[in-house]
Design a protein around this ligand. Structure first.
Ligand code: CO
Length: 151
């Protein structure tokens, strides 16, 4: 009886270990009505291969007024990508189409909405400086943070 319980406990531990590592590849970020992200850093594991980011707009204002997205680029590219995104307009989610500098980007969402985007980590380097930001006009000066890849 005791040994069966032990086997059960070990199996359960294995199950938890498995789901924990899967969870490490899913990140949830909130964007607020006060034009802020709830995290200053997103650190993804290279071993994930594919990362999922869920973005939740916790505000109540419409997409056209206080919309938010997440764009990931090298930090050196951030300003130029944000400017080109602004020029591309709302129809393009404030991201220039086929912009090779964009590593990943979500759609723009309004208050109460959630969006999900996925990207692969194979071309990302732990030695490179990346940032994430909101490309909605005027937001990237405040709505930004460090994006990094860890072992
Ligand atoms: Co924003």
């Amino acid at each position: 009886m005791k040994s069966i319980a032990m086997v059960g406990a070990v199996m359960l531990a294995g199950l938890f270990a498995q789901s924990a590592s899967a969870n490490e590849c899913v990140h949830t970020v909130e964007a607020t009505a006060s034009m802020a992200f709830n995290v200053k850093e997103i650190a993804v594991k290279k071993s994930c291969k594919e990362v999922t980011i869920n973005l939740k707009n916790t505000g109540t204002m419409a997409k056209a007024i206080m919309g938010h997205n997440i764009v990931i680029t090298k930090t050196a590219d951030m300003t130029a990508v944000a400017n080109d995104g602004m020029a591309a307009g709302a129809d393009k989610n404030y991201v220039k189409p086929n912009d090779a500098r964009v590593i990943a980007a979500s759609t723009v969402i309004g208050g109460g909405e959630t969006t999900t985007f996925k990207f692969k980590t194979d071309k990302l380097s732990a030695k490179e400086a990346y940032s994430f930001f909101c490309s909605f006009p005027g937001h990237s000066a405040i709505m930004k943070g460090t994006f990094k890849v860890v072992g």
